[in-house]
Design a binder for this molecule. Structure first.
Ligand code: SAH
Length: 233
């Protein structure tokens, strides 16, 4: 009888172990091939990308593609960004332990989790209520208690917790929202995709002595930043 129980237990446990091992292996090769190979060398960023279990942030039907080199749909015509873009934007923020970061566009919560591995507190604003709730649930299940989510229009930032050492914008407006510049701390960094509705430039902004300097990083494709009526900012 005891042997039968053991056998049944093994039949239950082995597939579970195999699946999670597969994800570990896929995540490790995602970091090596898609991120390290493309020149990102910041070990803190690489470690964060190795730690966060991306498959929890991807809808069930796309989970088998969670570690592939592409963005994936998360519902409401929105996407979870390609892993390389998440790493690249995070790398440009040059984050230090204990810092405070603002994210615009919580989406799945994946980028927020990567940030949460690197800094003290993450504040994230999402305009689609259902996505905000789902991200909250995923982050709670994974014990990310340093991510704070608010539902609303991120164009205005999140004034109550400003200034921020870093701001990351993951939906694209046609211009840099002035409130975000204002909410950036002295010495702060911001990455933001700015441009047309389909193609944009990823900009890196730095605030020094009250002035914001900007450089182009690369070309990107992000979903549009919208207002409460659904029109593009
Ligand atoms: N960072 C996300 C990817 C975000 S996709 C992740 O890791 O999964 C862009 C997100 O920005 C979408 O969820 C979209 O609903 C949201 N968004 C668009 N306009 C916004 C606005 N004005 N304020 C806040 N969020 C916005």
């Amino acid at each position: 009888m005891a042997q039968i129980f053991t056998l049944i237990w093994l039949m239950v446990l082995i597939p579970v172990a195999v699946v999670s091992q597969d994800y570990d292996a896929e995540r490790s090769s995602m970091v090596d091939q898609q991120i390290l190979n493309r020149g990102i060398r910041n070990t803190r960023v690489l470690d964060a990308m190795r730690s966060v279990e991306r498959h929890h942030f991807v809808p069930e039907q796309y989970r088998h593609m969670a570690y592939s080199d592409r963005p994936l749909p998360i519902g409401h015509q929105q996407t979870i960004s390609q892993p390389y873009i998440v790493a690249l934007m995070t790398d440009y923020l040059n984050l230090k332990e204990g810092e405070k970061v603002l994210e615009i566009g919580t989406g799945s919560g994946y980028q927020a989790a990567v940030l949460a591995e690197l800094v003290g507190q993450v504040y994230s604003v999402e305009i689609v209520e259902e996505l905000a709730h789902r991200a909250r649930k995923t982050l709670d299940e994974l014990d990310y208690d340093n991510v704070h989510i608010r539902i609303g229009d991120g164009y205005k930032g999140w004034k109550e917790h400003a200034p921020y050492d870093a701001i990351i914008v993951t939906a694209s407006p046609s211009d840099i929202p002035p409130p975000l510049k204002d909410q950036l701390a002295e010495g702060g960094r911001m990455v933001i995709p700015v441009g047309g509705p389909v193609f944009q430039k990823l900009l890196l902004l730095r605030k020094k002595e009250g002035k914001v300097k900007q450089t182009d990083v690369t070309s990107v494709r992000f979903v549009p930043m919208i207002d409460e009526e659904g029109d593009r900012h």
